[in-house]
Ligand binder design. Structure first.
Ligand code: HAM
Length: 417
């Protein structure tokens, strides 16, 4: 029996893709490169952490939803461990350990592969890559605006426009005030988290079910909906909107109190990026988590923080549907033709010289008919073929113009330039 991959995991193949059921390694590389470019433009530096962490790191403050999805096990040293379902706790741990070595605010990004044992559905797999950008050590809403601007520019860098996506901006502070001022039935943190969870699931849950959940906590669906519809920005949100307006980015953002975020550690401003037509799940999500560093460092380090995560799955689906993925053709710069096997040794020397000069070079590993070699060169869309005429002269052919020149062996690189 042939072995197959696990459900919810992906194989990434070079293009052209052999099957509709596999993913493009080229598209993935393209997305990563774009993420890195824009993050660096905003002055973010790259970090990474281990894919396997102590289980406790995630049970501390990520919330029940994500804990229920952990890929966790006991290792051979009897340690309780888990594959990382998200990057934020790792980042909080890393920052707390060495924050003194870095000027504030700390602006870092990473592209981790994350693992969640989710029910498979459109846009949700059991493994995904997530662009994480976080800013640590600044409480001013200017930091929130800077991060949202990075989120917008990242999406714009793929060719997506105001017509394609929207950032829904909200605040847990606003919801906390609503909750504290309401007729809540319990003072416990669990009840508050349950309330937040009910809000988070509102759009995807049948009305009666939400009504039941909310009334158990002391609230009615009507008053919750009324609060959402009022959509009045808090002072903090107003300041972010103004900051974004100054950058010409105001139209990308909408106040939307439906957004409250599922993860337990968020403390203030929260936001999510969605495609404008509402066809897909969230492209990205994030917010403030001003207490997480303190919690994870056992109270030793106290730093405000905020950030977002953008997954590759929904982003790829969206780019594909809008025709915004480039074509990924195979390509080599030069094909070295070896028609006279007596010149193979010298040809290999030429191949190495050209590669050392930075060119992508292909050639036939074993003796082959010259028309077969030429056909392969064409398939690879090469710019040039190079063929030794003797051990001292090389015939270079420009595949576009078909012009041919003969150059001295050591002069080939100059001619290619
Ligand atoms: P999150 O909302 O859980 O946030 O995930 C962020 C994004 O990752 C989602 O909007 C989605 O695009 C993608 N994503 C999440 N789960 C899956 C999945 N199973 N399959 C495919 N894509 C998925 C966080 O993880 C926070 N730690 C983000 C953050 C960083 N907050 C502050 N800093």
């Amino acid at each position: 029996m042939a072995l197959e991959r696990l459900p919810g995991f992906r194989d990434f193949y070079p293009e052209p893709l052999p099957h509709t059921d596999v993913w493009s390694a080229d598209a993935r590389q393209f997305i990563f490169a774009q993420w890195r470019t824009v993050a660096r433009r905003y002055g973010f530096r790259e970090y990474d952490g281990p894919p396997l962490e102590p289980l406790e790191l995630f049970t501390t403050k990520s919330g029940d939803e994500i804990v229920g999805q952990l890929y966790n096990f006991t290792d051979k040293g009897e340690r309780k461990v888990s594959l990382r379902p998200e990057m934020t706790p790792t980042l909080a741990r890393m920052v707390a350990a060495h924050e003194r070595n870095y000027k504030k605010p700390i602006k870092w990004f990473a592209i981790p592969q994350l693992f969640r044992y989710e029910r498979q559905q459109k846009g949700r797999l059991r493994e995904h890559f997530q662009f994480n950008a976080d800013l640590i050590g600044e409480t001013d809403p200017a930091a929130d605006a800077e991060l949202i601007a990075l989120l917008i520019d990242t999406l714009r860098s793929f060719g997506l426009t105001e017509q394609d996506f929207v950032i829904r901006l909200s605040s847990r502070n606003a919801w906390q005030d609503f909750y504290k001022n309401g007729k809540r039935k319990s003072e416990s943190e669990t009840a508050e988290y349950e309330f937040f969870q009910a809000i988070d699931k509102l759009v995807r849950t049948p009305k009666e079910e939400s009504e039941k959940k909310l009334s158990a906590l002391g609230f009615s669906l009507a008053e919750v909906n009324q609060f959402i519809e009022s959509g009045k920005p808090t002072a903090e949100l107003e300041s972010i909107l103004q900051n974004l307006a100054a950058r010409g980015l105001r139209n990308f953002v909408k106040i939307d109190y439906h957004v409250i975020r599922g993860l337990a550690y968020y403390t203030g401003v929260v936001f999510e990026a969605f495609d404008a037509k509402g066809e897909f799940r969230a492209i990205a999500g994030g917010g403030r988590y001003d207490n997480l560093v303190k919690l994870i460092s056992g109270g030793k380090v106290n730093l405000p923080a905020l950030g977002f995560g953008m997954g590759d799955v929904v982003l790829l689906e969206l780019l594909k549907s809008r025709g915004l993925l480039p074509k990924f053709d195979v390509h080599a710069d030069v094909f070295v033709l070896i028609e006279d096997e007596n010149l193979r040794a010298d040809s290999l020397k030429l191949v190495q010289d050209l590669r050392a000069a930075g060119y992508t070079v292909e050639y036939s590993l074993t003796p082959a008919k010259s028309d077969k070699q030429f056909k392969r060169a064409q398939e690879l869309n090469v710019g040039f073929t190079a063929k030794l005429d003797s051990d001292a002269y090389v015939r270079i052919r420009n595949m576009k113009t078909r012009a041919e020149v003969v150059a001295g062996f050591s002069d080939v690189v100059n001619h290619l330039k």
